[in-house]
Write a protein that binds this ligand. Sequence first.
Ligand code: C2O
Ligand code: CU
Ligand code: CU
Length: 487
Amino acid sequence: MLSRRNMLAVGALTLGGAVGTKGLLFNDRAAYSSARGFYPHVHGVQPARVGAALTVAPFSMQMPVPPVLKPMVSTNDVDVYRLDIRPADIEILPGVRTPVYTYGGQFVGPTIRARTGRRVMIRYKNALDRPANVHLHGGHVEADHDGHPMDVIQTGQSRWYNYPNRQQGATLWYHDHSHHTEAENVYRGLHGFYLIDDDSEKSLRLPGGAYDIPIIIRDALFDADGKMVFGGNPAERNVILANGKPQPYFPVAARKYRLRLLNGATERTFNLNLGGAEMTQIASDGGLLPAPVPRTEIRLSSAERVEVVVDFSRYPVGTQVVLSDGTTPVLRFDVVRRAVDFSRVPDQLRALPVLPAATVTRNIRLSFDISGFPPVGLVDGKTYDPARADQQIKLGATEIWNITNGDGQFGFHHNFHMHLVQFQVLDRDGQPPSLDDAGRKDTVPVPPGTSVRVKATFADYIGRYVYHCHFLEHSSLGMMAQMEIAP
Ligand code: C2O
Ligand code: CU
Ligand code: CU
């Protein structure tokens, strides 16, 4: 169990701001209280009442790297995998077993490493006592394999997912998307990385192999028994986990690393920084940027990804470099040895696709109806109805979507995610997009009182795909809609 000293350290950490509003942009916390103590809980789960919340002193555990899943079978053009969706008791905090839901028995599911142009097939068996499914976030896949909210795997059943990987290299992730329960299921552990490697990017000689590290950053709240608390105010989740460990340390060599950062929190925005030191951004949600961009602070809302190269050779061996969310530590890199490094970050990476002129413009509005309890999530004034197609899209069309946060200047923070496509951000309230909006995106923040315009081409696949706020507590409450793509 946690020692008393750790518990005390916990208190200090908590007061020090881990629970504070620092990490939550746009004052989510104030928004919650202004909404009369509204907690977005679903299905009668009561708001959390946690007497003594567990956490630990920072940097007491080492950050693991989720192992890469081995295919059962590999042929010329397909890799076949198998994963169970099942409960497990995992040591997240030292000396405490926490019951979680997992892909493959691991709290951060195994990493699937796919390759552009090479098919992946995965058979998932659901051994949970509740329905679950799998959505490949950022994937360009057939509607039948997209993990539609109504297309779930019942307890004891299995299902194949088929991913063609006809898209460029990118940091994708897989997570549950079951109707009304995606927030809880993802919170309890149904998340993992799906990385697409792209042979055409090999000549860039970016850091690879052991120097290419995916890191999922998320938060959680643990009760005194070490159980994860879901259903309360997300702003009270006071433990930050990197690859499933609380504020861990990670030994690195004094050389360049490619870090793939994913915000896997269900409802949170991180403000990531190395205390002012430079990170070189090379990619966003859907793959490489046209050229590297020096960054000192990166805003990442739920489900967004960013890839940065950090050159630890600028630090002497023995240096500790902390990645923080605002001022709250997330992860400490310990520079432990020297290394030779033949990797580089070239001046040119990968040009963005030039999208055709748009033929359709749509307005999308995200909001809450807080007149009742629980509140109801709305897109264009309507809560999600799987039987309704909210937008009809012609296959191959290029469109502009103007997404507005309809909760007003002092309302809730939302973000926006569209399945199937990678879009490009055109502008925000008529102003040029921010550095955080660069590249091929599938998820963007939509702060209170603002709008963002994005442009996408709906190619290759027909059928129904959802779009929603990716603060999953909001989508679970109905802030989701669907588009029907037809010839
Ligand atoms: Cu990350 Cu609708 O999904
Ligand atoms: Cu998605
Ligand atoms: Cu939202």
